[in-house]
Write a protein that binds this ligand. Structure first.
Ligand code: FMN
Length: 356
């Protein structure tokens, strides 16, 4: 292994992860907040970010997808940095792009805590955050202050921004709610992800149904007016006929691509020792999702020419490789990054350099 990667890896596994997992009685959300807080401070020191990128950052292999030049093929998945607090830090951790959000038009607190559960033996998480976020307006202000605008490389890597529906807005009024978010984030987004697949906002996933999805996507594509490409993020729990409906709507509306997948409602693949947590409501991510996410990505690639960004249970470089082999040009990490740390993007970058 590259000595830089093994140093980062040993540091994360030996020191950072045990400290993070042990603190606050290991409550995963407090740990997450602590990590984002640290990265947010780091992100505000441009000199430090540049030095870290130079010393420890791993280089990916550049690729162009939907007209965007990505310096590497592994990105940060939505939900990790919802409010863009650590936006400049992600480039130094080996990511070739980062998806901020999901933000909603109105700021909202999300569900009651606890709302994230760690299933360590299963290498998984269950979360029912419910789009806790400071709102699209706040993200717009944060990115304006940092000078991060579409196409200007202000974050060192392309930035995607994920938008979703405000909880208190009825599903029937979802279009205007998404449009309000789109208007605020589009100046800053290299791409915009339309999240219709979180299991934690009541009724949200019904927006994946053909008719409703077509109406929503048409309105968003029209408003985007070619300024930034739009990607639709889908659930792993769709049947093949439902995926066909999504593809028809995505193609008709003229979106640029798909992101597959979000978390699952299934509880398959949880270790028997952790069955007591299987009853927690929310979306399951991590290793139990690996196979299903691959099936969905494979199906999509076989049935559309639109590019597919693969997410879901990518826990190792081999898992990323399987997604690339299926035809996904880009991958994203969430749970795998929590368990493995910055060594995972570094390993995936190393693999793409050996095997471009
Ligand atoms: C705590 C948590 C919060 C998440 N929040 C969002 C979100 O706001 N928007 C979104 O599109 N996906 C969100 N996700 C889903 C991830 O982006 C990803 O699609 C999913 O977890 C599968 O990938 P993984 O197995 O690598 O975690 C979240 C996942 C977790 C674990």
């Amino acid at each position: 292994m590259n000595p830089r990667v093994s140093l980062v890896d040993a540091g994360y596994r030996g020191v950072v992860r045990p400290l993070l997992f042990a603190s606050h009685h290991g409550d995963p959300e407090s740990v997450h907040e602590q990590m984002i807080g640290t990265l947010a401070r780091f992100s505000r020191s441009p000199g430090l970010v540049a030095a870290a990128k130079l010393l420890a950052g791993s280089r990916g292999v550049p690729t162009t997808v939907a007209g965007i030049d990505f310096p590497g093929r592994v990105g940060l998945a939505a939900g990790m940095d919802k409010d863009g607090r650590a936006v400049l830090a992600w480039q130094a951790l080996g990511f070739g792009f980062a998806e901020l959000g999901t933000v909603t038009a109105q700021a909202q607190p999300g569900n009651d805590k606890p709302r994230v559960f760690r299933l360590r033996t299963s290498k998984a998480l269950i979360n029912r955050m419910g789009f806790n976020n400071a709102g699209a307006e706040r993200l717009h202000r944060e990115l304006s202050l940092l000078g991060v605008y579409r196409g200007n490389g202000g974050a060192g890597i392309p930035i995607g921004i994920s938008i979703g529906k405000t909880k208190i807005v009825p599903v029937a009024d979802a279009v205007d709610d998404y449009l309000a978010s789109l208007d605020l984030v589009i100046p800053h987004a290299d791409y915009v992800a339309i999240n219709v697949s979180s299991p934690n906002t009541p009724g949200l996933r019904s927006l994946q149904d053909g008719g409703a999805l077509l109406t929503l996507l048409k309105a968003l594509v029209e408003r985007a007016a070619g300024r930034a490409p739009l990607f639709v993020k889908i659930a792993p729990d769709l049947t093949e006929p439902q995926i066909d409906e999504v593809l028809a709507a995505a193609t008709d509306a003229g979106v640029a691509g798909l992101i597959a997948t979000n978390t699952t409602l299934s509880r398959d693949g949880i270790d028997p020792a952790e069955q007591s947590l299987a009853g927690e409501a929310g979306g399951l991510s991590g290793a139990p999702l690996t196979v299903r996410a691959r099936e969905v990505v494979g199906y999509l690639v076989r049935h559309t020419d639109l590019p597919v960004i693969a997410a879901g249970g990518i826990m190792t470089a081999d898992d990323a490789s399987a997604m690339f082999d299926l035809g996904a040009p880009l991958v994203q990490l969430y749970t795998g990054f929590i368990y493995a740390g910055p060594a995972l993007p570094a390993r995936i970058n190393a693999l793409t350099r050996r095997n471009p």
